[in-house]
Design a protein around this ligand. Structure first.
Ligand code: NAD
Ligand code: DAU
Length: 342
């Protein structure tokens, strides 16, 4: 039977990579992308899919019930994969309201449509940030699916709320939901407000490289294609109502990531500038992906040393993609966020 997957937020970083993954990995799946094209959404990210007869793009807001009902009525998706979100922690600290609205209400609207139109599966793309953080001096501790939710930022609190809502729709209405909680992604098409692409773009422009606090915070980095394969595996083999943690045991301190990028680009470390810390800054994220390996047979394939090299090469060979982004509205955000310092 023909499958149609509704992918929300596909003009963003991970959703865009996921659409390319699905179109090349599954010739029996049609993809409909819904994206409202916020500052973080770029149609140029999807340029390579636009002429594919199995792909359709609809510009719409996931919070708009009438628009979503129209999309479900027309395309009759067999599965929904919800990437659409406000995703940047720093923006959530400055302006939390839109995070609650998009990340929580948007998820509710999509799940209501799934119930109304009999969609077989709703997959919520969540984050390891819902678990809060781990101490720096306990490398033996990891997030499992049973770790209590303890989000620190308005962003992660909104993602945790959406997860709880999805599980409630499972219990109350029997909706076939799954949730994946992934660690930090990196790779092509990431908006240059996030650490890795921001560092690459700034280094190429000879600008200061802002590092929060002392740069000792730790993130568990996963190449985006590995995340896409994991979501694909959850949709294929995941059990309804289950949560799957996705991560690659690749923990690194921020300062080491920034130095590594400088080295790859042949730029001096004295571009690095330690700036004021993020409010409520999570210390360490570290995923235990045992369940995903055991139940889905999923494992990361890309080693960081290779993934970061190809990511830097991608930004070098796609300058027009990121230069266009940093020339617009982003300039004003950057000025407000980092002032004249960086
Ligand atoms: P992103 O910010 O790059 O992209 C988000 C996309 O959603 C954009 O295209 C934007 O236009 C769209 N969007 C925003 N609000 C919308 C709305 N109301 N209606 C329709 N579209 C809307 O985000 P990303 O980094 O690709 O993250 C995608 C998802 O993965 C998010 O749910 C995020 O919480 C989750 N996640 C991200 C990471 C990461 O490292 N980036 C890790 C784990 C989980
Ligand atoms: O863990 C998954 C999460 O990873 C996702 O849910 C989020 O959507 C995604 O944005 C990401 O959140 P982080 O806050 O970890 O990512 P970010 O790239 O913003 O920051 C990574 C680390 O680098 C963090 O400790 C803050 C630090 N940082 C970030 C920026 C933008 C800096 O030191 N300087 C910077 O300029």
């Amino acid at each position: 039977m023909k499958k149609t997957w509704l992918v929300t937020g596909g003009a963003g970083f991970i959703g865009g990579n996921f659409i390319y993954h699905i179109l090349s990995a599954h010739d029996d799946v049609d993809v409909v992308c819904v994206d409202s094209l916020t500052y973080a959404g770029n149609l140029s990210t999807l340029a390579g899919a636009m002429n594919d007869p199995r792909f359709a793009f609809v510009r719409a807001d996931i919070r708009d019930c009438d628009a979503m009902r129209g999309v479900f009525a027309e395309h009759k998706p067999t599965a929904v994969v919800n990437f659409a979100a406000e995703s940047h922690v720093d923006r959530s600290i400055k302006d939390p309201g839109i995070f609650i609205s998009t990340n929580v209400t948007g998820t509710q609207v999509l799940m209501d449509c799934c119930l109304e139109f009999g969609t077989e599966r709703f997959h919520q793309v969540s984050t390891d940030e819902v678990y809060g953080d781990l101490p720096l001096d306990r490398p033996d501790l990891f997030f499992t699916e049973d770790t209590p939710l303890d989000p620190s930022s308005p962003y992660s609190a909104s993602k945790a709320a959406a997860d709880l809502l999805a599980l409630a729709y499972r219990r109350t209405y029997g909706l076939n939901v799954t949730i994946s909680r992934c660690s930090n992604n990196y790779g092509p098409y990431q908006f240059p407000e996030k650490l890795i692409p921001l560092t690459i773009a700034n280094a190429l422009e000879g600008r200061r490289l802002p590092v929060y606090g002392k740069g000792e915070n730790v993130r568990d980095w996963l190449y985006v294609e590995d995340h896409c394969r994991a979501i694909d595996a959850v949709i294929d083999r995941g059990k309804p109502g289950e949560v799957y943690n996705i991560g690659g045991h690749n923990e690194m301190r921020n300062i080491d990531i920034v130095k590594k990028i400088c080295n790859l680009l042949g730029k001096p470390h004295d571009l690095i500038e330690f700036v004021a810390d993020r409010k409520g800054h999570d210390l360490r994220y570290a995923i235990d992906p045992t369940k995903a390996k055991r139940e889905l047979g999923w494992e990361p394939k890309t080693k960081f040393v290779d993934g970061i090299k190809s990511t830097v090469e991608w930004y070098l060979s796609h300058e027009s993609w990121w230069r266009e982004i940093i020339s617009g509205e982003y300039k004003e955000y950057y000025r407000k966020m980092y002032g004249g310092k960086s």
